[in-house]
Write a protein that binds this ligand. Sequence first.
Ligand code: FE
Ligand code: CA
Length: 530
Amino acid sequence: MPNSRSSQLSVFHRPVPRRQLLKVGSGLGLALSMGALPAIAHSAARRLTSLSNDPFTLGVASGDPTSDSVVLWTRLAREVLSEIGVYNDVLEVRWEMAEDENFSRIVRTGTIASTSLLGHSAHAEVRGLNPASVYYYRWHIGNVTSPAGRTKTAAAANDNNTRFEFAFASCQQYEHGFYTAYQHMAEEQLDLIVHLGDYIYERSWGENLVRAHEGPEILDLEDYRARYSTYRSDRDLLAAHASAPWVVTWDDHEVDNNYAAEIAEDDQTPEQLLLRRAAAYQAFYEFMPIRLPVGRQGPNMPIHRRLRFGKLMEMSVLDTRQYRSDQACGDGRKQSCAEHQDSSRTLLGAAQKDWLYNSLATADATWNVLAQQIMMASLRSQDEDGNQLWPMDIWDGYPYERQELLQYMDEVQTPNPVVLTGDIHSNWAADLKLDFDDLSSKTVGSEFVGTSITSGGDGQDMTDYGLGLLSNNPHVKFYNAQRGYVKATLTPQNWLSEYKVVDKVTEAGAPIQVRKRFAVEAGRPGVQEA
Ligand code: FE
Ligand code: CA
């Protein structure tokens, strides 16, 4: 790995105090933005009057809804600002939110000061909204108005809501295909879209590339910004962002394939990987509709968080990369070794684990979701000599922490735990067992693994690479390796997962179909074909 550029990373180390970046309300805007962030004077923000080109080409987005707030996002395109010589200025960007698509009933407006320190990204946390309500929003700068986005707040914590529809997606290698699945997802006008990681890829891989992202492996902040910008040039992805609020987490490729805490995949030192992580995490924040993660500083960015959607669902969003112990036995699919048997190894890290255990022990929603990256149900295989092989990058590689977590959920009787997973570019449905070696042992939860949007190319319906994954793992009920996403429909009685797949991603515009339906009955853990 070339590290000549790592000295450039250090300038991005300094955390930017958020208060200096915000300016909310003036005149009419102030009156309308009551309930939004406190007004902070920012005399330096420059108000542009006219732009010759549209700076909103990266789209609009919203995310992390609560029952009275949501984060609105946009980002001003660098080329457009540079062209008129204002990239290094602090710029005033205005947002407005309405109850209707025509913006005739505006309920909030405000302004944000965007700065090149954060790549002219704009995050507005709008508060004082009504629960379980659809809103429309758009941004203005100078004489230009952004496309409108649709968003939705969560139901109030104690609301007896009876229906919630969301989709989850992961793994969208830009070079491997077109984001057609997102076009179909956007049309569904969902309550929520969840992204489980590998939103960008840090380098090229595979052979059948249908479009290119620029440059070699990305390392510094400008590289990561450029990569996100390329991915966000896709209209189907923009449409999905504009169609519903998103909840995002990351997996490995937002930084470096299979990195673990400060351990790089290749030959970067921990010091170098931490600088790279600081750059990658900052770019992630800049491009995502999320609140500023509490405690973000340099390479540290805690993004695990809890979201609640009435009594129907609570979602714990996890990060299984930033705090994990290095993969055991040299990573890959390996026989167990002494390192693998070390019960002190962790995926979650101590602080996140305490926080999660607290969530699980106090959970009182009907459906309690773990939105995370890597497959939790065991997916062991056997080599020709009958030796068990463990995939070391997923929960199988951390068997003690998995066992502890599943036992804990059983002990504290977390109602209806459902684990959502991305990462492995294939669809699976599985029972989470107290003992994966004993099919008759108790099922304590259900897992739905969603396939990739594009990663791996067109894929195929059923192939398990000759590993015997279904026959070796009878707790696994379904496997498919086409591309698409999973739509989940929740009621107080039932969870329905629909595995939606497209015929092709190497050609744009493919139709989508439901390949399979799996359900969970409330009060009865485990997946059933529906
Ligand atoms: Fe991936
Ligand atoms: Ca991954």
